[in-house]
Every structure is written in structure tokens, then in C-alpha cells.
Design a protein around this ligand. Structure first.
Ligand SMILES: C[S@@+](CC[C@H](N)C(=O)[O-])C[C@H]1O[C@@H](n2cnc3c(N)ncnc32)[C@H](O)[C@@H]1O
Ligand code: SF4
Length: 483
């Protein structure tokens, strides 16, 4: 490929559509997460796929990415860019030698390369990477899962799925999303019946809990030329794994990982990898994860839990001193183990890739607010207004959490502390200062709509002020999470 074509820092804007079960389309999974607050590109329940593909949001993203302006593109906080993950044009290079051009895949790819080279923002070439999450149905109930409040949602527009599947001949990659992809009927049917003669280059990718890997699934996976299989592995010991991955069986999953490795090891340019969503319940288990990955020569990823649920997030605390116990040592050991055990891998890589590979640990390390430990924290025991507490319990049940936002100047800043209500009381360790507090269902991202303020001076609460008027506003705001 010539230099012009590889120029954009990230090629996702020209290649990818990520479709969620409520019809929302975004270019990637970092678009509205990890501190990025970008609008969706469209909604498949209301618009056609190709209308969204050249929507204003995609065009703005392509224009600014082509210029290298990550801020205006909406990508300045992208975790993938921070982690240094390669975001090159994705395609099967064997298609370069297809002469005469006979597949839809190669025709479309050549058009796409030309359009990227010309800096086009309105594309005639079709999307080449589709990630589709038909629903959030799952056989697990992981303690951190952001999908808990949306298990029942699915695509409503009748023709939407057919529109997506009509792209199969030109797709470089199809990403089977979930819930648990291998129990979702659409993916089970797709795997069973897909005819790869219409696209011999199609790469099948998924992230799975690897609880159900039947012989039938394995033989369907085997049909694809290349596979990118990621297993979410939130604990490398039985105890930690089963504490996070509720309904999971550690031994069964390890066995299934080995079955997947057996298949991907036989296919060039294919892999099985493992990823840990790093949270309070498993952070000190990272060294075990690295040992596990190294013992099987597996690539691994670390994905921090940051915005929800706040009692598991690694940047939000009830009692930082006790909750962060052992974290520093675990991270230090992870760096050392990584350098020692992944020597085999590092030797194969150039300097840039070596740094990128280690970046998983570095980015995680940087996500932890270590400085918080330098402040003196005082035990604060408070009371929740009875009428508010009852109203929230009636509406959202018992699974409530108090999000605590330190003030910076006049305004509450991001949530850094939490408390679990016990009846109508709560306790939390806080430094002196002013805080806004709000009740939230545990399985949503807490926004800035707090219900009351407290001020702590010399380790004592000197002001406990309910912002009564906010309660109605707050309820309205919460309603949008459950519409
Ligand atoms: C939602 S799951 C769907 C696919 C499959 N069920 C699995 O577990 O891999 C996709 C990934 O999102 C991660 N995840 C779920 N909730 C998260 C959260 N609150 N923060 C960060 N990652 C989360 C999971 O651990 C998993 O790796
Ligand atoms: S296996 Fe995946 S989708 Fe299922 S509960 Fe766990 S993280 Fe969520």
C-alpha cells in the first residue's frame, strides 16, 4: 500500500460500523465510552444502513481524522490510541494478488483504498467491518456488566438485519457481539449456514465468555479462513473468576480456551486471546493472568472498569486505603512478569510494537488515582433523607448506590467516591472538602444530578444540605436509562 493510504492515524472511520441492540450505530466501542462523549452516527431502527454510513457524524469524523485533528474528530480520549493499538487499514492482503478481480470483496476494497487516498468523507465504497450486537441476552451475570439493564432490547426494524447481512460479500470482518454470541440465535444460525464461497476472505471475530463451545460451533468456526477470538477472562484462578463471572465455571472455560487455541493455532493470521476487565474484585489477580497467558503463549488485554459500576471501578472508592491494598505491588509484579515471561513475544517485535504491547499495563496504571492515598481520609457516617430513599427504592429496587462527586470550584467534578446504603444510613472515607451526593441504580453510569451536598471540615460534617428541588429533576434524568 502506498503511504498516502496508510496516513490516517485510525482507519476505523472508513471501515467500521458498530451496531448495538437498540439500533444505535457508532464507529467503534471507544466512541461514547472512557470519557469520550460523541453523538451516535444514527439509528438503524429509524434509518437505512447506507444513510448512516455517510451521515454528518461519519463525515465529520472522516474529515477531521484525515486532517489528523483528533480533538475535532472526537477521538482525543480514545483508549485504543492511548494504548497504541494498531488502527491500520484492515483487509486480507491475499486479495491484493487477485487478478483479474473477481470478488465483490476486492472490488470494494480497491474502491475504498482509492477513496481514503483521496481523503473522501462521503464514500461510495461500502462498510467493511461490521460489529453487530443483536441482543444482550447472556447466560452469565458478571458483577460489572454494563448490559444488565438492557437484556431485553433488540433491533426493531424488520429489514435491518437483512441490510446488514447483505454486506457479507464485501466484509473484511464480521464481529459477532452479545450478550453471549454463542447463545444468540442470529449467530448460531449465521455460523451454521454461512456460505463462504461468496466471500472467502471473511474474518470472523467475537468476544465470548467461552462457556459454550460445542463441537458444532468449533466446526463452524473452522470454515473461516481467519479467526479473531477473544475470551473475556476476568480471573485466572477459580476463586476470582467465579466471583466476577456469575454462573461461570473456571475449569470448563479453561478447557474451552484450549479448544479454541487448537483451532486458531492451525490457521495463519488467526488468534485466540484473553482479556480481563480489570476491577476491584480482580486487580491483584493480574500477575496470575499474565502467567496463564504466557503458559499458553496467548495475547492478553487489560480493559479497565472505569465509569460503572462504581463499586467495582478502579478510580472510585469507599475506603481507598483498604480497597487499594496490594494494588501497587500487583502492578509492579505485572510489569516484571510481563518483561520476563513475554520475552519470547517481545523478541519478535520492533521497538514501537514492544512499547505498545506493554501499554496495556501502563494505561491501567495511569487510570488509577494513586495520589488519592496522599490525602487524609476521615470516616463519615451519614443519613439519607427518608422520603427520597423510599421513593428511589420503590422505583428502582434495593440495588442502589450513592455516587459522591468532589466539588472543584463551584461545580461537582467526576465521581470519585461511593457508598452502599444500609437502610437509611451510609458510611464512606472522605478528605476535607465539599461533595455532591446522589442515589443511583448500581447498573447505570451516574451522571451529574446529585441530590444533596455535604461539607467536611476537620474530619467532621459541618453542612448536610438536601437539594430537595433536584429530586424530581433527578428522577426524570434517571428515567432515560430505562426507557
Ligand atoms: C458485554 S461483553 C459481551 C461479550 C461476552 N459476553 C463477553 O463477556 O466477552 C463484552 C466485554 O465487555 C466487558 N464489560 C462488561 N461490562 C463492563 C464494564 N462495566 N466496564 C468495562 N468492560 C465491561 C466484558 O467483560 C467483556 O469483555
Ligand atoms: S458474559 Fe459478557 S455479556 Fe454476559 S454478563 Fe458477562 S460481561 Fe455481560
Amino acid at each position: 500500500m502506498d503511504d498516502k493510504i496508510t496516513k490516517p492515524r485510525c482507519h476505523i472511520p472508513w471501515q467500521q460500523m458498530v451496531i448495538d441492540s437498540d439500533g444505535t450505530v457508532v464507529p467503534c466501542c471507544y466512541w461514547s465510552a472512557y470519557g469520550n462523549v460523541n453523538p451516535p452516527c444514527g439509528n438503524l431502527n429509524k434509518q437505512s444502513l447506507l444513510e448512516i454510513w455517510n451521515s454528518d457524524v461519519y463525515r465529520n469524523l472522516r474529515d477531521n481524522m484525515a486532517k489528523g485533528d483528533l480533538e475535532k474528530a472526537g477521538c482525543s480520549k480514545c483508549l485504543a490510541i492511548q494504548q497504541g493499538v494498531g488502527l491500520d487499514l484492515r483487509y486480507d492482503i491475499d486479495s491484493d494478488s487477485e487478478e483479474p478481480v473477481s470478488t465483490e470483496y476486492t472490488k470494494n476494497m480497491r474502491k475504498l483504498k482509492q477513496e481514503i487516498g483521496e481523503g473522501k468523507s462521503v464514500l461510495k465504497s461500502l462498510p467493511t467491518v461490521i460489529s453487530l450486537t443483536p441482543s444482550h441476552v447472556c447466560n452469565y451475570r458478571c458483577i460489572h456488566c454494563y448490559q444488565d439493564s438492557t437484556r431485553e432490547v433488540s433491533l426493531q426494524r424488520k429489514d435491518a438485519v437483512a441490510e446488514i447481512l447483505s454486506l457479507i460479500p464485501v466484509l473484511v470482518r464480521i464481529v459477532a457481539g452479545g450478550g453471549e454470541p454463542f447463545i444468540i440465535p442470529l449467530w448460531k444460525e449465521f455460523l451454521k449456514s454461512s456460505d463462504l464461497t461468496i466471500n472467502p476472505y471473511l474474518n470472523f471475530a467475537t468476544s465470548t465468555n467461552a462457556s459454550i463451545i460445542s463441537d458444532e460451533i468449533l466446526s463452524s468456526l473452522n470454515k473461516f479462513k481467519t479467526l479473531a477470538l477473544n475470551v473475556s477472562f476476568d480471573g485466572a484462578t477459580k476463586e476470582v473468576y467465579e466471583k466476577v463471572r456469575i454462573n461461570g465455571n473456571f475449569g470448563n472455560v479453561v478447557n474451552n480456551i484450549d479448544r479454541l487455541i487448537e483451532i486458531t493455532n492451525k490457521k495463519p493470521n488467526s488468534f485466540t486471546s484473553i482479556t480481563m476487565s480489570v476491577m476491584k474484585a480482580n486487580i491483584i489477580n493480574i500477575p496470575e493472568l499474565i502467567r496463564f497467558a504466557a503458559s499458553r503463549k496467548l495475547d492478553f488485554g487489560l480493559s479497565p472498569v472505569l465509569t460503572m459500576p462504581i463499586d467495582q471501578a478502579i478510580n472510585c472508592f469507599n475506603n481507598p486505603v483498604s480497597e487499594m491494598k496490594g494494588w501497587k505491588e500487583a502492578i509492579e509484579l505485572s510489569y516484571n512478569l510481563f518483561d520476563e515471561l513475554f520475552q519470547f513475544k517481545l523478541n519478535e517485535l520492533n521497538e514501537a510494537s514492544r512499547i505498545q504491547y506493554r501499554n496495556y499495563i501502563t494505561v491501567l496504571d495511569k487510570s488509577i488515582p494513586w495520589d488519592i492515598l496522599k490525602k487524609e481520609h476521615f470516616l463519615i457516617e451519614g443519613k439519607i433523607d427518608d422520603s427520597m430513599n423510599n421513593a428511589y427504592k420503590n422505583q428502582y429496587g434495593d440495588n442502589l448506590i450513592i455516587a459522591i462527586f468532589p466539588y472543584g470550584g463551584d461545580k461537582p467534578q467526576k465521581c470519585m467516591y461511593y457508598a452502599i446504603p444500609k437502610g437509611n444510613t451510609y458510611s464512606v472515607y472522605l478528605p476535607n472538602g465539599k461533595y455532591a451526593l446522589g442515589l443511583y441504580p448500581r447498573n447505570v453510569v451516574p451522571g451529574y444530578f446529585p441530590n444533596w451536598n455535604i461539607t467536611i471540615y476537620n474530619g467532621k460534617v459541618i453542612n448536610d444540605l438536601y437539594v430537595k428541588d433536584n429530586n424530581n429533576l433527578f428522577k426524570k434524568c434517571l428515567a432515560r436509562f430505562f426507557k
